[in-house]
Design a protein around this ligand. Structure first.
Ligand SMILES: [Zn+2]
Length: 315
């Protein structure tokens, strides 16, 4: 009797142990299956949240910002995963040429077609890049700097997949960091030629034809002083959805970088602001509504109502 109780409790703990083993062994397999690898931050040992100065997909005058900017200088830069050295270029390679915009760079290749790029590095090639063809996750591959077109020391970090045909938002793939401010929807503007003017909710204006309307929206991160780009945007004009996209990835297609749902830089930006559209405002009340999410999924929305008097255009 006593033996059988002992036997049953032994059996129970054995089954429990087996259960643990199977969880232990299936978890990494599931992980490999969904091919989402674990990446590490390239800058460590610093409180990162306030150091993210620019996000992926922001406007850079005539192209998308293709990486994440991490403010730092003379900090060790670490490989985001196990990988091999794909390419590196340093000032010392061509001392008589003008410096390139990206400054000193290192590119690494990782499993499953992922690649990572590290720009504006300081000094000369790190010993690990000079002497090795493979690097481990977390291994130092350079020192952050301010080389190339860079105002203030920062690491421009690029994450790609499909060997670089698609670039990804690093914030969606690196370990989460703190973000307390939702997107700040600041102003609506109407552009007439090179001039533009701010439209407030409830304004009355005269228009003669369609003009570009833009919006300034930024994500405050952890301090409202940060002015970063947003991850999702959706515009409605008089109740109709006119534009929607996210900045989680861009891919190269027919000579252009496009967001996931096929929108180009020119579709999304105008004069460094988010382009609502080239809108033909009708006589009477017009409503422009925007919904936006930041890189941690916090949402903001705002609606502008503009009263229009149509005047005959001089064209
Ligand atoms: Zn950058």
């Amino acid at each position: 009797m006593g033996n059988s109780v002992i036997y049953r409790s032994l059996m129970a703990s054995f089954l429990f142990f087996l259960g643990l083993i199977s969880i232990y062994f299936t978890a990494p397999m599931l992980h490999a299956e969904d091919s989402k690898l674990k990446f590490e931050w390239p800058i460590k040992d610093l409180e990162l949240a306030p150091l993210i100065t620019s996000t992926f997909g922001e406007s850079r005058k005539d192209h998308f910002h293709n990486g994440l900017d991490i403010s730092s200088v003379f900090q060790p830069v670490h490989s985001m995963a196990d990988g091999s050295v794909l390419y590196s270029r340093y000032r010392e390679d061509d001392p008589f040429e003008d410096e390139r915009g990206s400054g000193n760079i290192v590119w690494l290749a990782h499993d499953s077609g992922y690649i990572s790029g590290y720009y504006h590095l300081a000094g000369s090639r790190h010993e690990n890049i000079r002497t090795k063809s493979k690097v481990a996750a977390g291994e130092v591959i350079g020192i952050s700097g301010n080389t190339g077109h860079s105002s203030g020391g920062h690491l421009h970090f690029v994450l790609g997949k499909d060997y670089g045909k698609t670039l990804l938002d690093p914030l969606s793939h690196l370990p989460k960091i703190e973000d307390t401010m939702p997107p700040q929807i600041a102003n609506l503007f109407i552009h007439v030629g090179e001039k533009f003017t701010n439209l407030n909710d409830g304004d009355n204006i005269n228009v003669s034809k369609a003009f570009p309307l833009t919006m300034s929206i930024f994500d405050g991160g952890v301090k409202n002083s940060q002015r970063r780009g947003i991850r999702d945007i959706e515009f409605q004009f008089n109740g109709e959805n006119i534009k929607k996209t996210n900045f989680m990835s861009i891919h190269y297609e027919k000579g252009k970088w496009l967001t996931e749902n096929g929108l180009s830089f020119e579709d999304l930006y105008y004069k460094d602001r988010y382009l609502v559209g080239i809108l033909n405002l009708k006589a009477g009340e017009n409503t422009i509504k925007v919904k936006s999410k930041d890189f941690s999924g916090q949402e903001s929305e705002r609606s502008f109502s503009i009263n229009i008097t149509r005047i005959s255009g001089e064209n």
